[in-house]
Design a protein around this ligand. Structure first.
Ligand SMILES: [Zn+2]
Length: 489
């Protein structure tokens, strides 16, 4: 979405934006020792390995991660690759001046283009990468081997213009055939429920946690390890890349189509539809392979489908300049059916894949609602988790989890949920001062507030306080935090 003009060069603007998003180092003070989960005081071995490889050895885990974030910018890298892969983009942006792209440590699912002095800055929050990855992996895991193969080969052909050698393709096909039955029992109900949890947490807390189904898979080894071929997460990995390419192209479209021209500073729906179609057309123009063509279309579909899932859970109906996702998806179908950029075989393959993906989306959606297990029950994600901890009489997992959520750079929605829980527990505590469960829950929330207070130069301290005043002013339903499941036994 195009945004207001700024009076800095793209590079200056990007440097300021990246600095604006604090990495909350003091969050570590919240983490109880040995709380289980992912210990923030120790990094997972594969990340340790990566950090050592790029020469970052000194400092606390968060200091080292921050240094890595400073050196590695996935959006900048994606953008550079995009210009390589699609020469027509470079041509379209030639008269736009300096165009730079960067990631910021924030959890929102949207990209922005800013008109700057002498060019443009494209800013994409890292939350986009997480939410896109997990959704793509869930869709990929449950797809037919034909679909999976199309995504893998298509993305490879698009990115490097060469597919895997035959021997590797055969190995992949064999592994997919061998494992194709493994996930049948989980589809569509459990998979659908996992998808719903992912998006409910995103809506309540602004974070993307890996679904259990994905966590249960072995880590996918880096290339050229042959164990990648046909790995349950392989197709999803490529689908994510395709969706990210589409997102970046959509942002480029706002620049190439001159959406900053005239008096319109904000994007209109027509501009958004135009940007979508420009992005798909640009991908299709650059490929002669039917796999790459079908995979490009599916990348666009996935990004729009993520927006659709997010809309379904977005109770706050957050401000967006983008039209409803189902209309964007309808437009995509119409475009693919009508375009003459696709030959007969390519169009057939693209429409088949779209059909399969769309059928899965409907099945996962319905299946998710049918799946009844306590951990998939409704309510605010933070309040539910706190209730579980109260019932088990232990706060450590809660504090550990809140710290990890904060680390994802998710403050505004998370602050809202924390403040709501605090107000609700305070009210209940007043009514039932002897209830141990309520006291325990309030104590947990106040530990987060207290830790933020002790770091007075933190932005988060003010955000939590503002969210608290706002929550006090709101009437709160009283069945959320210590409802029946939370009451002490
Ligand atoms: Zn847009």
């Amino acid at each position: 979405m195009p945004d207001l003009q700024v009076h800095q060069t793209p590079e200056e603007f990007i440097a300021n934006e990246r600095a604006r998003y604090e990495t909350f180092e003091w969050i570590l003070h919240l983490v109880p020792a040995g709380a289980g989960g992912t210990d923030l005081t120790r990094l997972p071995s594969e990340i340790e390995e990566q950090l050592t490889r790029i020469g970052i050895r000194e400092g606390s885990p968060i200091e080292r991660m921050r240094e890595a974030n400073r050196r590695i910018d996935w959006v900048r890298d994606e953008f550079a690759q995009l210009l390589d892969v699609f020469p027509n983009v470079r041509k379209s942006l030639a008269s736009a001046g300096d165009v730079s792209a960067a990631a910021v440590n924030e959890a929102e699912f949207n990209g922005h283009v800013y008109r700057c002095k002498g060019g443009y800055a494209i800013i994409v929050p890292t939350g986009v990468l997480l939410l896109t990855s997990f959704t793509a992996e869930l869709y990929g895991m449950f797809s037919t081997s034909h679909f999976q193969r199309t995504m893998v080969l298509g993305d490879k052909l698009l990115a490097s213009r060469s597919a895997d050698p035959w021997r590797e393709q055969l190995q992949r096909a064999a592994r997919l055939a061998e494992t194709s039955g493994n996930f049948l029992a989980l589809y569509p109900r459990q998979a659908g429920a996992e998808l719903q949890i992912l998006f409910r947490r995103y809506s309540d807390l602004g974070v993307s946690d890996p679904p259990d189904l994905i966590r249960a898979q072995s880590t996918m080894p880096l290339p050229p390890d042959p164990r990648r071929l046909g790995h349950p997460l392989e197709a999803g990995n490529h689908l994510r890349q395709l969706a990210i390419k589409f997102l970046m192209l959509h942002e480029c479209a706002h620049i190439a189509l001159n959406h900053f021209d005239g008096s319109l500073a904000q994007g209109t729906w027509t501009q958004e539809f135009d940007a979508d179609l420009w992005a798909v057309r640009t991908m299709l123009e650059s490929t002669t392979s039917r796999y790459a063509a079908a995979a490009s279309v599916l990348g666009a579909w996935l990004l729009m489908t993520i927006a659709r899932h997010a809309e379904a859970f977005d109770k706050a109906k957050s401000q967006t300049s983008h039209p409803p996702a189902h209309e964007r998806i309808d437009n995509l179908w119409t475009y693919v059916r009508g375009t003459n950029l696709l030959g007969r075989a390519s169009k057939r393959l693209a429409l088949d894949c779209l059909e399969e993906a769309q059928t899965r989306q409907v099945a996962l959606n319905r299946g998710g609602w049918e799946f009844r297990e306590p951990r998939f029950a409704g309510g605010n994600a933070l309040a539910r988790f706190l209730s579980d901890c109260i019932a088990k009489r232990t706060l450590d997992p809660f504090l550990d989890q809140v710290a990890r959520w904060l680390y994802q750079g998710a403050p505004s929605r998370l602050c809202h949920s924390l403040a709501t829980a605090r107000v609700e527990l305070e009210r209940k505590n007043k009514k039932e001062p002897k209830d141990e469960g309520i006291k325990l829950g309030l104590d947990a929330v106040m530990q987060v507030y207290g830790t933020a207070d002790r770091h007075s130069n933190s932005v988060l301290k003010d955000m939590l306080q503002d969210a608290y005043w706002a929550a006090l002013a709101r009437p709160v339903p009283d069945d959320q935090v210590s409802g029946s499941s939370a009451s002490p036994p």
